[in-house]
Design a protein around this ligand. Structure first.
Ligand SMILES: [Zn+2]
Length: 152
């Protein structure tokens, strides 16, 4: 059951622009923003405000969880320090060894290049998702329209 004292939604992440989860605890007057891509976190309470930059994230989807038909669980690790080469290799190795390579992904954030996918595809922003949906409905509409008017 949803907790009625929390409002959750998605906003454009202030750091990378991808969808980040925002939870508002309006009784306690707190809010929290968590980005699962660049790792940005922001917490605001009545008397404290803390923002920390992220350096990317790993989305690990275990390769061996499908056997009993259970849902694949994604373990999301947000990096709060920059990853050096050996740390990057370690993360990638974990994916090759333990994870479903097609579903897992790794993102790194650098000031020079922004968000980059080390493994997997770069996710879409809310805007891009919206545009894609609009295009989908437009195509559907055009198809229906054509079908309707080509009957006679
Ligand atoms: Zn972000």
């Amino acid at each position: 059951m949803a907790n009625p004292s929390v409002i959750s939604g998605f906003i454009d992440c202030p750091q990378c622009g991808l969808p980040a989860q925002k939870d508002e605890y309006y009784v306690a007057e707190e809010e929290r923003v968590l980005c699962d891509y660049c790792g940005y976190t922001h917490t605001q309470t009545r008397d404290n405000k803390a923002t920390s930059k992220g350096y990317g994230s790993a989305h690990y989807v275990r390769a061996n969880e499908t056997e009993n038909g259970s849902k694949l669980e994604t373990e999301i690790i947000r990096f709060n320090t920059p990853l050096d080469l050996s740390a990057r290799n370690e993360v990638l190795q974990k994916i090759y060894d333990d994870c479903d390579q097609h579903r897992s992904s790794v993102f790194v954030w650098t000031d020079e290049h922004g968000l980059e996918a080390l493994h997997g595809a770069t996710p879409k922003t809310l805007n891009e998702q919206c545009e894609e949906e609009m295009q989908y409905f437009k195509d559907e509409f055009d198809t229906l329209h054509e079908e309707h008017y080509s009957e006679d």
